[in-house]
Structure formats: C-alpha cells, structure tokens
Write a protein that binds this ligand. Structure first.
Ligand code: LMR
Length: 328
C-alpha cells in the first residue's frame, strides 16, 4: 500500500491531482493508495467536500482518505509527498515575489516530513519557486536523502514535447528526449538538441525534421519558457490540470522507471554534472530505474546551450541567496 501525501493548499492543482492518483495514473493501475490531503484551516470545510467526492467516486484503488489541517497527521507514514501547497503566483507577479511567502511554509513542512514520513519517502515539490522550495525543504529535512527530494520540471518537458508535436503535426507520444535545464521559471532552457521523433523510417532528430533553427532557438524556447505566464493570463489562474498530470508522470517514472532509450527532465540536487554548481536543485535529463534517478551523462553541449544553462544556474544561485535572506 502506498500512502500518497498530496499537500492541497493550492486547491486547483490538488483538486485535479487527487482523482488522478486515486485512478492509478501516478503509481500504476495495480497499486492501492491511501490519500493524505492537507490544507489550511480556512479551507477545512472545502477539504471535507473533496473527501466526500473521493468517496462518492468509488475508486477501486483508493483504500483510505485522510483530510486534515494538521501537518503532522498529513505527513505521517507517507511514501510519496507531492507539495503543491504554497502561495500562488497571480497575474503580474514575478516568481521572486512569492518567495518570501513560500520559504517559511517549506521550512515547516520539511520538519514534519522529516519527523513523520515513511523512511525513503519520495518528495516532489510543485509549488513555486519549485527548485528553491525543494532546496529549502532539503536543508530543513537533513535526514531525508537528497536523492529523494525533487522538483517538477516535467511540466516544462511535456510542454516542449507538445510544441514540437504541434509544429510537426505528429503524435506527442512519438516525440521524446527533450531536456529542460535549470529553473522552473522563464530562465529555463528547453533544449531539443537530443530530442527525436518516431517516424515510419525510424527515429529522426527533431532539428532535422523541423528544419528551422531560428524557430527552435527563438520562438520555441520562448513559448515553453513563458507558457506558465501565458496560462495565468488566459485562465487568470495558474496551470492546474497540466501541472497535476505532469506530477503524475514525474512520480510514475521515478517509481516505476523510464522506458529504454528515453530520458525525462527532473529538478534534482546538482552533483556538479555538466558544470552546474553543486548544491542547487537544477533540472537535468534523467533516467529512472529501481526507484532511483540518474543524470544522463556525456551529452554534447554546444556554446548556445552552455550560455543558457549557465544563465538559469545563475538565476538559481540568486534565488538561493534570496531564500536564505528571507529565512534570516
Ligand atoms: C506553470 O509553469 O504553469 C506555473 O509554474 C506558473 C506559475 O508561475 O505559477
């Protein structure tokens, strides 16, 4: 039995996420789950309503629901913690504006997870600034191994696959091995230099099929980088269903493994690979097997990519310094 602790402070993502988990989208169609949902006191009544709906949906895999405003109860015994709780970014706000509001939330949740989660609990931070929130969580939960703490850039990864699929008129499931490097912010670098498309005559590089480097190095990158903001502008709310779906993809691949020859993007603790400063939570290409991620090594990096990878690392170093100053 896997207990999946979804921190549901951001109600939009949480509300989209819990039925996906209960249907087996995150952990597999044969994996029973117990859902722990945490929200703030203000939303306690609404959270009870979500629990009622989960019961009413009669999900065969759902073996229990805990709906609570007590962080200790929420964290107790969880095997997977999805941290969607945080102060959401609103139209016109920069990610840095939400930093102060979020670092203290992550410090508190880190302590509760460290003390009460199951050993080897896997943690996915979704709430922004996701990379830096994950870093704060890691700092304040020192006994949780750093390999167990990650942040969501699979959303950006999937957005990159989606843009390529739209441009080429191919199935998104035939596009793979895009990479998101760095921060889940507009400084991220969506890189298609290693991405391929399955065609009737075998796998072909995306660059060869698109045949428009100007688009790939310009509009494509900007569209993926700015997609979160574009959705906020259109919906007046941040992305929810795509964030929830990507969170499921992230955990499913982490727990159950990536397909042979396929890599995905995850925000993980940098060990200095690709010259990225160690000690940042930075998005890398990874493969997963046996419940562990491994950074894909040895990919050639051209000068254009190097500059973009360094720029997003620089932003993360600045965010880290800002987060620590907020904590002081
Ligand atoms: C997204 O990428 O959709 C969100 O992270 C946007 C945001 O900044 O809230």
């Amino acid at each position: 039995m896997i207990k999946s602790g979804g921190m549901v402070l951001v109600r939009q993502i949480g509300y989209a996420l819990v039925p996906m988990i209960a249907r087996g989208v995150m952990l597999g169609a044969d994996q029973p789950v117990i859902l722990h949902m945490l929200d703030i006191e203000f939303a306690a009544e609404a959270l009870k309503g979500v629990k009622m709906e989960l019961i009413d949906a009669a999900f065969p895999l759902l073996k229990g629901v805990v709906a609570t405003t007590d962080v200790v109860e929420a964290c107790t015994g969880v095997n997977v913690a999805v941290m969607v709780g945080g102060f959401p970014r609103k139209e016109g706000m920069e990610r840095k504006d939400v930093m102060t509001k979020n670092v203290s939330i992550y410090k508190a949740q880190a302590s509760a997870l460290e003390a009460h989660a199951a050993p080897n609990c896997k943690v996915l931070v979704v709430a922004n600034p996701a990379n830096t929130n994950a870093l704060i969580l890691k700092e304040f939960a020192p006994s949780i191994p750093e390999k167990n703490i990650s942040c969501l850039t699979r959303l950006d990864h999937n957005r990159a696959l989606g843009q390529i699929s739209e441009r080429l008129g191919v199935q998104v499931s035939d596009v793979k091995n895009a990479i998101i490097w760095g921060n889940h912010s507009s400084s991220q670098y969506p890189d298609v230099n290693h991405a391929t498309v399955k065609t009737p005559s075998g796998e072909k590089p995306v660059r060869e099929l698109v045949q428009d480097d100007e688009w790939l190095n310009g509009e494509f990158i900007a569209t993926v980088q700015q997609r979160g903001a574009a959705i906020i502008k259109a919906r007046k709310l941040s992305s929810a269903l795509s964030a929830a779906s990507s969170a499921c993809d992230h955990i499913r691949d982490w727990v159950l493994g990536t397909a042979e020859g396929t890599f995905v993007s995850m925000g993980v603790y940098s060990d200095g690979s690709y010259g990225v400063p160690a000690g940042l939570i930075y998005s890398f290409p990874v493969t997963c097997s046996g419940g562990e991620w491994t950074i894909v090594q040895g990919l050639p990096i051209d000068e254009f990519s190097r500059k973009k990878m360094d720029a997003t690392a620089q932003e993360l170093s600045e965010e880290k310094a800002l987060a620590y100053s907020c904590l002081a």
